[in-house]
Design a protein around this ligand. Structure first.
Ligand code: SF4
Length: 486
């Protein structure tokens, strides 16, 4: 018996499916905080008061019986040809069933259309007449007031949306258009599942958006490969092709073989120049924008699907911690903050008090993180809009020299995280000796403390140490780059 999620895994990669189903599932990381189940909230949104609730392991007779006495079914389990599905919400009408899928995100863009179609195939195999299909999703425009209004927080989509938020295809039509027989896929899945582990073949799917969770298991040799291996080349869909053509090292690449962005150029030049490349002129120019006193800022935050406090939107974050290093003529100073619960106001007031009123403020990946957080807080607390906006304007992304191809050290191996960078430029500031070594780990521990409202002194110190290491590493990176251009 397979579950619908297995079909998705199998289509992605048969080896991925095999590993996942043969005792080696990847750990589940909960990026988004969601304390109530989406189906429960959808039930409230649709004002469903009378229904039957499906349970794990239900056979088809359960839903058939359920719909004899109820018009609504929630978490309805069914199976056809040994494929099980769980339908979040199902409504019986005189003309057939309306199906409500749930989506933990803003306006649905149709990426999951095939996943929905596969479930409709199971229903069609069982002779269920499907009338209309909807997707219940988070309403990105909703702003919470004192009380949560689930009716406003969730929306029911009849259409998929374009990337610009414009309604495109009718969901019912698009899903039906994609329905294809799954019988042969299911037969192949049985064969793969019963057979030995499929061979690992490196294809763009292994590394396209981010590395597959089994990547290092599938390609263990790569970890011992040289830093100038072709597999370290960033932003490239051509790596497999290059290897097939006998190109294994960065310095073998000729200009017309790759997409040719600036970071790739920096990588190739570093490979040809004893492992280090920097564009002195461009880096000097970038440095010239820096004004003293120089601050280094890092936030930690949790991401909530449903806004827990007034002023927040769905899928918005709550910053709960910062570390701030300040480099001035009289030396390096440090300030920090850590709160639980709705600590946003305290966070803002402490930050505005601690941070120098002028000078450059560095953050690593500032544009996609700290800057956004400051603008969100400014929207939520309009009384602090002006100072928060002005602080956001002073932010400079310390990752820019790497992302713009101004600097590359071959030992980075194509990774630009702050952790990797500090390992290369000054391992004394690496994270290995800390109790908390990853941001996700910090959030997970803080989340538990926040839910139980007990932040132990030990955890407090560990969280402080982790966040502080981020700004210490930034100071090191800045000084390293400054020395480089000197
Ligand atoms: S790394 Fe590639 S081959 Fe291995 S499981 Fe992932 S997608 Fe499949």
């Amino acid at each position: 018996m397979f579950h619908i999620a297995d079909v998705k895994k199998f289509r992605f990669c048969p080896r991925f499916f095999w590993l996942h189903n043969n005792g080696q599932p990847l750990p589940r990381i909960q990026f988004v905080r969601m304390e109530e189940k989406m189906t429960e909230l959808a039930k409230e949104k649709l004002n469903i008061t009378s229904f039957f609730m499906g349970q794990r392991g239900d056979g088809n007779e359960v839903f058939q019986q359920g719909f004899l006495s109820q018009d609504w079914g929630i978490n309805v389990r069914m199976e056809a040809k040994h494929l099980r599905i769980k339908v979040p919400l199902m409504h019986k009408t005189d003309d057939g069933y309306d199906i409500y899928f749930t989506y933990l995100g803003g306006k649905p863009r149709g990426d999951d259309v095939r996943y929905y179609s596969d479930q409709i195939w199971v229903m069609m195999e069982l002779g269920i007449m499907v009338r209309d299909i909807y997707v219940i999703h988070l309403n990105p425009e909703y702003v919470r007031e004192e009380l949560l209004d689930i009716d406003q927080c969730l929306s029911v989509a009849t259409h998929f949306y374009t990337s610009k938020g414009i309604p495109s295809h009718l969901i019912t039509d698009a899903v039906f258009e994609h329905v294809q027989g799954l019988s042969s896929t299911l037969e192949e899945m049985v064969k793969v599942h019963q057979d030995t582990l499929p061979e690992a073949i490196k294809l763009p799917r292994c590394y396209r958006r981010q590395k597959c969770g089994y990547y290092h298991q599938c390609f263990p040799d790569e970890q011992s490969e040289d830093h100038d291996s072709i597999w370290t080349l960033v932003n490239s869909a051509n790596k497999s092709d290059l290897v097939r053509r006998g190109i294994f090292k960065l310095d073998q690449i000729e200009g017309d073989m790759i997409e040719g962005d600036r970071v790739q150029y920096a990588q190739i030049m570093a490979a040809r120049n004893n492992g280090l490349f920097f564009d002195r002129l461009a880096l000097t120019n970038w440095m010239s924008k820096v004004q003293t006193p120089i601050s280094f800022l890092d936030f930690e935050w949790d991401l909530y699907a449903i806004p827990p406090y007034p002023g927040m939107r769905p899928m918005e974050v709550l910053p709960f911690q910062y570390s701030l290093h300040m480099l001035a003529e009289d030396g390096l100073k440090h300030e920090q903050f850590l709160g639980v619960g709705d600590c946003r106001l305290e966070f803002i007031e402490n930050l505005l008090r601690d941070i120098p009123s002028e000078g450059t403020v560095f953050a690593y990946n500032a544009d996609g993180a700290e800057k956004l957080r400051l603008l969100e807080l400014a929207r939520q607390f309009p009384q602090y809009k002006e100072p928060l906006h002005s602080l956001a304007e002073r932010l400079i992304d310390l990752a820019q020299p790497l992302f713009m191809g101004l600097y590359y050290d071959i030992r980075l191996g194509g990774a630009f995280t702050l952790k990797k960078v500090i390992e290369v430029i000054n391992p004394q500031f690496a994270y290995g000796n800390l109790m908390i070594q990853h941001g996700l780990n910090a959030v997970e521990l803080w989340r538990k403390a926040d839910i139980s409202d007990t932040l132990s002194e030990q955890l407090r110190q560990d969280l402080f140490a982790y966040c502080k290491r981020d700004t210490e590493a930034m100071v090191e990176l800045f000084q390293y780059l400054r020395n480089l251009v000197k």
